[in-house]
Design a protein around this ligand. Structure first.
Ligand SMILES: Cc1cc2nc3c(=O)[nH]c(=O)nc-3n(C[C@H](O)[C@H](O)[C@H](O)COP(=O)(O)OP(=O)(O)OC[C@H]3O[C@@H](n4cnc5c(N)ncnc54)[C@H](O)[C@@H]3O)c2cc1C
Length: 280
């Protein structure tokens, strides 16, 4: 059922079901000028033992990227590493992957998930930074009220930050309910992050926010990031204009929650997937 579903529409947003399917897609994106943030689909693991399998898969991905000479780093979700079970389990699993990446000269991006995980995610990130690890970065979500002060706390440590608007359904007590407020907050965060000494990944398909970043940037310590399959013409245009663009390309069999988030962001995507189903 899942394999059939992937052929019938999810394939636009998911770069294959296996590492062997992912590698040629990644090579093709690199050839067209894009760097990659590679991810293995999956989240919310509920058994300790399962996280060992996830770590093994992520290590294999890191090693394969290095062996193939791909211009790619790895992005991961801490609930995939056990954060919903035990914070120290996720922290230890992440440390192993950050150290493996270090041995390969590579970088790890920690995605940000639902608001209940933000404190623990930032604690784990800051713990590794305090231990001297520099090859990792984290994500801040513009829709959360708390993000302005999270940014203020992180900036003095010269973080590698990915800024996003936020993809989860959050209550109005925690997140701006109006899109216009999220958009305004997003631009304000971009300005503050770019004024800091760290590296900023501006992860959006919002051309207005992208042009704003270009207008306010006074240095080149930033890149744009977009999702595989979303606004490919804009992705190509930015590369043609000489800007660094990284494509977040997830692969794997557990694509359902990821696809649902992409459909929720844009109702036209539902029509796209339905049309693929009918054609299929
Ligand atoms: C590289 C990357 C990493 C991300 N990592 C995280 C993360 O760690 N945590 C998190 O909460 N969120 C993450 N997100 C998702 C993010 O929070 C938003 O949900 C998503 O990017 C949509 O918002 P937008 O910034 O593109 O702006 P919007 O204002 O929503 O969209 C701008 C325009 O982009 C187009 N567009 C947007 N989304 C889609 C889509 N799905 N399909 C087709 N067109 C679309 C539309 O034309 C729209 O008009 C990430 C996004 C990117 C690009």
């Amino acid at each position: 059922m899942q394999a059939r579903g992937l052929r019938l529409g999810a394939g636009r947003f998911v770069a294959g079901e296996t590492l062997d399917e992912f590698v040629p897609i990644a090579r093709g994106l690199n050839a067209r000028g894009f760097a990659l943030a590679a991810a293995i689909l999956g989240e919310g693991v509920s058994e300790r033992a399962q996280t060992r399998g996830v770590v093994a898969e992520l290590r294999a991905l890191q090693s394969r990227i290095a062996a193939e000479g791909l211009r790619a780093n790895v992005a991961l979700k801490l609930t995939h590493l056990g954060l919903a079970i035990d914070e120290s389990l996720a922290a230890e699993n992440l440390r192993e992957l950050v150290e493996h990446a270090e041995s390969l000269g590579a970088f790890v991006r920690i995605d940000m998930e639902e608001s209940q995980y933000v404190d623990a995610t930032l604690r784990i990130y800051c713990g590794l930074r305090a231990d001297g690890k520099s090859n990792l970065g984290v994500v801040l979500q513009a829709y959360l009220y708390r993000t302005s002060s999270d940014l203020a706390e992180l900036l003095p440590h010269e973080p590698n930050l990915r800024l996003v608007k936020g993809a989860y359904l959050e209550p109005p007590s925690l997140a701006y309910p109006k899109k216009a407020d999220v958009d305004a907050q997003y631009k304000a965060l971009i300005e503050r992050a770019l004024a800091g000494a760290g590296f900023t990944a501006i992860a959006t398909h919002d051309e207005d926010a992208i042009r704003h970043a270009i207008a306010v940037a006074t240095h080149r310590r930033f890149e744009f990031q977009m999702l595989y399959g979303v606004r490919p013409a804009l992705q190509a245009r930015l590369v043609a204009e000489g800007y660094p663009v990284r494509i977040a390309a997830p692969f794997g069999r557990s694509w359902f929650p990821y696809l649902m988030r992409r459909l929720a962001e844009r109702p036209a995507n539902v029509a796209f997937v339905l049309r693929s189903l009918l054609k299929g």
